[in-house]
Design a protein. Structure first.
Lengths: 510, 154
């Protein structure tokens, strides 16, 4: 119950204003199609440089929580999910809005998000100290394998191709090695003066997540916007609240699915929402109504994608392994303030850790209140013309990456990585494993070097890294994640080939 | 996109990545001190193995994931990417960050705005980026005290 002692920090004027600003800003950004939660959090990091670590994390955490929930607004009113996590919400939410129940759908989505989110954060509160204590038993070899596991899991689960997922992770590891070696001071892979200090993680994150989205906006061309928003009628809040809690089964399924999915690194909110939607339909006596504007679909999907947020931070805060790309960006935010997750965080910076976690709990409540209040307005913001949005994101990327070290080198790195990532994505590579490799590379290398020094003084490298129960367990997990990905690729690729063949045949027939 | 174009498109990035992996491996095994390149050696061996596998799949036409680049996509994105490159690599330092940002936003808005060119449309294209630039100035200069390079303007 240590966390109860740190609630005061959340209500300090600056911290609370940041929580409020992050929540409202996140809701609006989340409602804007094309702006992903990861990109929103990456673009916010430069604004935290002048803040205390706790305040910076509160801002980033609030944005993370509310962008996921805000995505429901455009999913319901425009049938365009604000983020991949809201895909399942659009299925029934938009149908409800078409039937004139838009306000009810929005109320229910925010209330369900709040319930799922609060329970997810409570899981984070109770699991994190336990795992952090367990992490004390981890030596350099275990931390090395954990870092490798972080990359292989995300490379395997977040990518549609086994080879390209792992290759993306290796590219990330390589990028993390550019610059001066920490121990020997040797120059490594410095092909240009801008790379002398290595690749700054924040500049890289901004480039990798923001620039591809800017180019995607360019790719839409000069096409008039065909987005039409449905009107939001008046609806009693109490009636929505009563009705939300009438669907206890959907709330429970969504929260449980989201919490479990959140704990698995790399799986993400999209899967959580879709899985909860599917399970809720299977267990519902009204399963035939799903897809026609049934509230259970909205409640299950939204409670799941917000329940995922808290647990996705458990591996990050205890073992330094981000559970999702957004968590990886949060790790970048922690590292720039000189804070290393794990036991260090809870032993030496409990104020930072617990105030941040508590702020996420309060943020869930603020998200429900402000989400319901501004959802109609946020839908209007989501119709901002694409070229304005593209220009704004580009300019924010330039200023954000420059402000890290007041260096043009970081700006060039940001743009080059962003353009490279766009091209790589077009050929099936994925950003998440690359970012994980970039962030976990230094952790893996430092522990590998430390481990090899211990091994040289004792049993030798092979015995030190490849024996012991925990090492073997982690190696088995690495191999299992790769085997799963290989199996999934074998199933997925023939389907892609079949659909492409059908498409070519149809084009030829035309 | 025909099957041969698709195969060729996947072959180009696969070749570039293989060349990069080969360069990284060569540098890792030839540069000194060896201790500083121990971890890069391990990663580069895995990387070149995967890059070779990826190249072989692309060469055999088995690379199926990823949509590739179509001519239409290149035509639509080229003007925006050109503005981005000129903005970041040349104009930002030359004109000053704020003036360059305003200009880049006006250019992007004008290039991708579907409304017909009229004085009202141009007024909007100039004033909306100007308003956004003022917000950026207040955020970065006044609030965050970021000293940006001063060019011809500011």
């Amino acid at each position: 119950m240590e966390f109860l002692g740190y609630f005061g920090g959340v209500f300090e004027p600056v911290a609370f204003m940041l929580l409020l600003g992050g929540t409202i800003g996140g809701l609006i950004l989340g409602a804007t199609p094309g702006l992903s939660p990861t990109m929103a959090v990456a673009l916010l990091i430069p604004f935290t440089f002048q803040l205390e670590p706790t305040q910076g994390l509160i801002l980033l955490g609030a944005a993370y929580t509310s962008t996921v929930a805000g995505g429901a607004v455009s999913a319901i009113l425009l049938k365009i999910p604000g983020a991949p996590a809201n895909i399942a919400t659009a299925l029934d939410g938009h149908e409800m809005a078409r039937k004139g129940q838009g306000a009810k759908a929005l109320h229910m989505s925010f209330m369900a998000s709040g319930v799922g989110g609060v329970l997810g954060v409570l899981l984070l509160i109770f699991l994190t100290p336990l795992l952090a204590k367990w992490a004390l038993a981890f030596g350099p070899s275990h931390l090395f394998w954990m870092a490798i596991l972080g990359v292989t899991v995300i490379g395997s689960l977040d990518s549609r191709s086994f080879v390209k997922g792992l290759l993306s992770g290796c590219l990330g590891f390589w990028l993390s090695m550019i610059g001066y070696d920490d121990i020997q001071g040797a120059q490594r892979f410095i092909f240009h003066d801008a790379l002398t200090g290595g690749i700054n993680i924040i500049a890289a994150l901004i480039g990798i997540f923001a620039i591809p989205q800017v180019i995607e906006m360019f790719a839409k061309g000069r096409v008039p916007s065909s987005i039409s928003s449905l009107n939001v009628e008046r609806q009693s809040l109490m009636a929505s609240l009563r009705e939300t809690f009438m669907y206890k089964r959907a709330l429970a399924i969504g929260t449980v699915c989201g919490s479990i999915i959140g704990l698995i690194p790399g799986v993400g909110g999209q899967i959580a929402g879709l899985l909860a939607y599917d399970q809720s339909r299977k267990f519902s006596p009204d399963r035939d109504k799903f897809g026609t504007g049934h509230p259970e679909g909205v409640i299950a999907a939204e409670s799941a994608n917000n329940a995922m947020v808290g647990p996705s931070l458990v591996p990050l805060l205890t073992l330094s392994i981000p559970g999702s790309p957004t968590a990886a960006v949060l790790l970048g935010g922690l590292l720039i303030h000189g804070i290393f997750p794990g036991t260090d965080l809870f032993d030496n910076h409990p104020q930072v850790a617990w105030t941040f976690i508590n702020s996420m709990l309060i943020g869930q409540i603020l998200m429900v209140v402000f989400g319901i209040w501004i959802s109609g307005w946020a839908a209007r913001v989501s119709k901002v013309p694409t070229p304005i949005m593209a220009g704004a994101v580009l300019v924010l990327s330039l200023f954000g990456s420059y402000s890290i070290q007041q260096s043009m080198g970081d700006v060039y790195i940001m743009l080059v990585l962003g353009l490279g990532m766009y091209l790589l994505e077009k050929f099936g590579f994925s950003a998440a494993p690359l970012v994980l490799g970039l962030i976990l590379g230094p952790i893996a290398e430092a522990n590998f070097i430390q481990g090899s020094m211990i091994a040289n003084a004792g049993d030798g490298l092979i015995d030190y890294f490849l024996t012991g129960t925990l090492n073997l367990f982690l190696i088995a997990m690495v191999l299992a994640s790769m085997a799963y990905s290989f199996w999934a690729t074998m199933i997925h690729e023939p389907r892609v080939a079949a659909s492409r063949a059908a498409q070519t045949k149809a084009e030829a027939a035309e | 996109m025909t099957a041969s174009t698709h195969r060729l498109q996947h072959l180009v990035p696969a070749t570039l990545i293989f060349a990069l992996a080969a360069t990284v491996t060569w540098l890792s095994f030839t540069r000194e001190p060896a201790d500083a390149f121990l971890f890069p050696r391990i990663i580069s061996v895995v990387m070149i193995g995967l890059a070779a596998w990826n190249f072989a799949r692309a060469a055999l036409g088995l690379a199926r994931v990823g949509t590739g680049l179509s001519t239409g996509l290149l035509i639509r994105t080229a003007p925006g990417v050109a503005v981005t490159l000129v903005y970041v690599f040349f104009v930002a330092k030359w004109l000053g960050f704020y003036a360059a940002s305003w200009l880049a936003c006006v250019m992007i808005y004008a290039l991708y705005d579907p409304t017909p060119h009229s004085s009202a449309a141009w007024a909007k294209r100039i004033l909306v980026p100007a308003g956004f630039t003022v917000i950026i100035y207040l955020l970065f200069n006044t609030l965050l005290k970021v000293q940006t390079p001063r060019g011809i303007f500011f």
